[in-house]
Structure formats: structure tokens, C-alpha cells
Design a protein around this ligand. Structure first.
Ligand code: GDP
Length: 229
């Protein structure tokens, strides 16, 4: 099978990557924690869902990408952890922070709350794609594949980009191996990059993906753009 057009091969070794002096997203703000689809922001503009196992580094990744320390902590406050948290990143663009999954199975009551939320999110015309945060030391798990399937089942064009997080914990050769393995597993399904919120590896690349996906474009063009480059 064909590999996604812009799977990234850059090694996890560029601490200066992402060192912006000017904020790319100066108008970031928390919008709403949605407990039901009726609380979602109106469905226009462009939004990108961020998802990952609990502790994969999703909150840190969102903060690093939008250059707003502590922003995604909102999603972790009591009562909000199982909800869909929407952030406005300016110019009618949003990030949707999905509940972390994995570890103990969610209680049935929680599943009943968020399953319809996730189902409703998928129907939104403004949803452009899914950024999946996967711990680079663990690789892609069954639950990650479920999310990928969720995104692929959409009728609208949907892109998927995987951040192999915490790559500062890997050596250069381990990073390269983890990247190649994820690329092989995902083939033409998703683009993949190495990422570290700690040393900022890959932050610029992830920002470019977010910007490219949320540009105002004819929806037909979206299929043509595999990622940011
Ligand atoms: P979340 O549960 O997916 O939102 O994960 P968090 O962003 O809260 O991160 C979980 C833990 O991993 C925290 O202790 C973070 O400090 C740590 N962490 C997150 N990103 C990185 C990273 O890039 N490198 C390292 N070494 N640790 C990280």
C-alpha cells in the first residue's frame, strides 16, 4: 500500500524547532465543555480534534502547539475530563480536546455520556481532521486504532496526523525506529511525526499541520493536502 504523502522522516533532534518569538495563535481561549451535542459551538469555521490515551501528552501537546501554557489544563478540571472541551484558536478555528482513553475501562455511565458526543462530533461539517497523540515509547494501541477508524468512517474529507509524543525520552535511533514503525502501520491512513513538548521537537511541524487543515479552502481541496507541507 502507498504511504501517506508527507510522513516525516526528520529525526527527533532539533530542540530549536518551534522556537517562535511571535505567537501563531494569539487569540486562543477556552470556549465550552460540552456534556451534550446541543452545547457544541455552532458548526461553521474549521476545527481539529485532539485525542490520545490518558497520559500520552495530549494536554502538553495542545499547550505547546498553541503556545499557551496551561490552556489545556482546563480540560482536566473536575467535571470536565469526560466531556468535549472546545478551544477557540482565532478566525473561526477551534481545537476539540477529546477525553483521554485507556487504563481502566470507563464506567458505563461515562460511556453513555461521551459516546453520543463523539458520534455527534463526527457529523460536524467543520471537523477537518484528527490529531492523535501516541506515546512514542508505546506505539499505536488498539484504542488508537478505534479513533482512527472513527475518523475514517466519516463521509466528509478527514485527515489524520499522529504525534509520536515524548520523543525526548528516546535516542535518535529509537526515534527513527518508532517513526518508521508507525509509518508502516499507518501506511496511507495518516501522516506521522515525532514530537516533544519538553524540548519542542516537531512543534513547528504540528503547527503547520493545524494551520493547513484549518485554512479556509474549498472542502474538495482537502483531499489533496495530506498534511502541512
Ligand atoms: P495527557 O493526559 O495526555 O493530557 O498528558 P499530559 O500532557 O498531562 O502529560 C502526561 C505526563 O507526561 C505529564 O507528567 C507530563 O509532564 C509528561 N509529558 C508530556 N509531554 C512530555 C514530553 O514531551 N516529554 C516528556 N519527557 N514528558 C512529557
Amino acid at each position: 500500500m502507498r504511504r501517506a504523502a508527507n510522513c516525516t522522516l526528520s529525526p527527533c533532534s532539533n530542540p530549536s524547532d518551534g522556537a517562535h518569538t511571535v505567537s501563531l495563535f494569539p487569540h486562543v481561549r477556552f470556549l465550552v465543555s460540552a456534556a451534550q451535542p446541543s452545547q457544541f459551538p455552532s458548526d461553521h469555521g474549521a476545527e481539529v480534534a485532539f485525542a490520545g490515551r490518558s497520559n500520552a501528552g495530549k494536554s502538553s501537546a495542545i499547550n505547546a502547539i498553541v503556545q499557551r501554557h496551561g490552556l489545556a489544563r482546563v480540560s482536566r478540571t473536575p467535571g470536565r475530563t469526560r466531556l468535549l472541551n472546545f478551544f477557540d484558536i482565532g478566525a473561526e478555528r477551534r481545537i476539540v480536546d477529546l477525553p483521554g482513553y485507556g487504563y481502566a475501562a470507563a464506567p458505563e455511565a461515562e460511556r453513555r455520556t461521551w459516546a453520543p458526543l463523539i458520534a455527534a462530533l463526527r457529523e460536524r461539517a467543520s471537523l477537518r481532521g484528527l490529531v492523535l497523540i501516541v506515546d512514542s515509547r508505546r506505539g499505536i494501541a488498539a484504542e488508537d486504532e478505534n479513533l482512527i477508524a472513527w475518523a475514517r468512517e466519516r463521509s466528509l474529507p478527514t485527515r489524520i496526523h499522529v504525534l509520536l509524543s515524548k520523543c525526548d525520552k528516546l535516542t535518535r535511533s529509537e526515534s527513527t525506529k518508532a517513526l518508521r514503525q508507525a509509518q508502516t502501520e499507518l501506511e496511507d491512513v495518516a501522516t506521522v511525526q515525532l514530537f516533544s513538548s519538553l524540548d519542542k521537537t516537531g512543534v513547528e511541524e504540528a503547527q503547520r499541520v493545524l494551520e493547513a487543515w484549518t485554512q479556509r479552502k474549498n472542502p474538495d481541496d482537502l483531499v489533496e493536502i495530506a498534511g502541512a507541507d
